[in-house]
Design a protein around this ligand. Structure first.
Ligand code: IMP
Length: 212
């Protein structure tokens, strides 16, 4: 089976490709399939992560005729009543950079002490192939640091400190992040559902089995 990863976000596509590599299926990113950008962007008009994940996967599966896998991710900060949540990509406004979003988040939390900066990352991963539609969720608890730490990853990674690890996602290697991340959990759970339904033959190593 050929699976297209329904995102133009190169960081996300790289994480997803790496996560799916052990399956032995042919996995291509949207940029590899359509390097000239002829397939239009899918607008994220849903009100939940699941709606947005399915919007993307359905649209790309329909346009390409292939199986499509997408994810939609949100960062929920307790002291901000769950914001930025489903609006994480455009928290600081349309067409803003990752840095703009991080700076806005740190500004909003400037008067919030370290012990009240709890946050969680949530991903819904969706798979669509014709009439087959499946999704799964993954979440990781943590907190927002007072300043960026580390240089890896993307998005809010430099300010998201993983509970128990005392490190931000940006301080982890790509392998380490995939092993414990919201996206890693969602994808492993989705793949397990695909395997149970015999849509794919292989499964992915569980978190415990994946060596660091
Ligand atoms: P999307 O709507 O799923 O593309 O993601 C929303 C936003 O969340 C992205 O623009 C990033 O800023 C952020 N984001 C998504 N995944 C991650 C991650 O793994 N680490 C840090 N930030 C992320």
């Amino acid at each position: 089976m050929k699976i297209v990863i329904a995102t133009r976000n190169s960081h996300k596509a790289a994480e997803l490709k790496r996560l799916l590599a052990p399956l032995g299926e042919e996995v291509v990113s949207l940029d590899e399939l359509d390097p000239r950008g002829e397939i239009p962007e899918v607008e994220e008009t849903g009100e939940t992560l699941e709606e947005n994940a399915f919007l993307k996967a359905r649209a790309i599966a329909k346009t390409t005729g292939l199986a499509a896998l997408s994810d939609d991710t949100g960062l929920e900060v307790e002291a901000l009543d769950g914001a930025p949540g489903v609006y994480s990509a455009r928290y600081a406004g349309e067409n803003c950079s990752y840095e703009d979003n991080v700076n806005k988040l740190l500004r909003e939390l400037s008067s919030v002490p370290p012990h009240r900066r709890e946050a969680s990352f949530k991903t819904v991963a969706a798979f669509v192939d014709g009439d087959v539609e499946l999704s799964a969720e993954g979440a990781v608890e943590g907190s927002i640091t007072e300043k960026p730490e580390g240089f890896g990853g993307f998005g809010y990674d430099p300010v998201f400190s993983v509970e128990d690890m005392k490190k931000t996602y940006a301080q982890l290697s790509d392998e380490e992040k995939n092993r414990i991340s919201h996206r890693g959990k969602a994808v492993r759970s989705l793949v397990e559902k695909l395997r149970q339904k015999s849509i794919i033959a292989e499964t992915l190593p569980t978190i415990q089995e994946t060596p660091l």
